[in-house]
Design a binder for this molecule. Structure first.
Ligand SMILES: C[S@@+](CC[C@H](N)C(=O)[O-])C[C@H]1O[C@@H](n2cnc3c(N)ncnc32)[C@H](O)[C@@H]1O
Length: 228
């Protein structure tokens, strides 16, 4: 028997992920800089989405935790995933876990999406540094446009962009799924109210999914497509 490959545990990924997760801890201090913006928005009765725009967050990682990243990697491995699509790439931490899964499966590609040009450039460089360039592509622009054409069938979807777009992005990608495809959505606990329509959509049984909320990280909605 040969040893099982897990490139997360080998170089260059081990050191790169160490560095990215350490860098991402800097988000905590950066959040303090948002206080005046939040206060001004709150006084003007703006919605959270109007205040916390992708541009306002362009220096922030807001990444998955290491544990959640490993869960994404293992899900990609369990599915033998070849075609993976991600909504919201930021600096590419989750994308590295997903692309490592695709590479260790032997073939395929992760298609990421990022609205902020500076983040898309850094994410692409991080994936190159990880040796994952051939297994990934981070598309620049609004995911509702950039994910219109993706390699099919899609085995695994990860939703982690702005929360009001989870359902529209899901609607865009559902015709590309096959029975057994998995859709994972982050931040179910953090954005409980905003994501209630998404969770209801997934758990109702009326849209072809069986689904449950996992108490992992900030709450992962884990949904398996059964076909329409
Ligand atoms: C929570 S972060 C993603 C973190 C990343 N998945 C990780 O774990 O490292 C969400 C990202 O979604 C991006 N985003 C927001 N709206 C978007 C849109 N319409 N299309 C593409 N990206 C978008 C934001 O710029 C932000 O970088």
């Amino acid at each position: 028997m040969t040893g099982a490959r897990n490139s997360l545990q080998a170089e260059p990924l081990r050191s790169l992920l160490e560095r990215l997760h350490a860098d991402a801890r800097g988000d905590r201090l950066k959040f303090l800089t948002l206080a005046p913006r939040l206060l001004a928005g709150w006084i003007r009765r703006k919605s959270f989405a109007e205040i916390i725009t992708p541009a306002a967050m362009k220096e922030f990682y807001i990444p998955v935790s290491r544990e959640c990243g490993e869960f994404l990697y293992l899900t990609a491995r369990a599915l033998g995933a070849r075609h993976v699509v991600e909504f919201g790439t930021s600096f590419g931490i989750s994308t590295v876990y997903l692309a490592a899964g695709v590479r260790d499966n032997g073939a395929g590609r992760v298609i990421g999406s990022e609205l902020e040009a500076s983040k898309q450039a850094v994410a692409t460089a991080n994936l190159e540094e990880a040796g994952l360039g051939p297994w990934s592509e981070v598309r620049l622009g609004d995911a509702l446009e950039t994910l219109r054409e993706v390699p099919e069938p899609v085995d695994l979807v990860f939703l982690d962009g702005w929360k009001d777009l989870y359902l529209p992005v899901l609607e865009l990608l559902t015709p590309r799924l096959h029975p057994g495809s998995v859709v994972i959505a982050d931040n179910i606990h953090t954005f409980r109210k905003a994501l209630r329509p998404y969770v209801e959509h997934m758990q109702s049984g009326a849209h072809g999914f069986v689904s449950t909320t996992l108490d992992l990280g900030e709450g992962f909605e884990y949904s398996v497509f059964q076909g329409r």
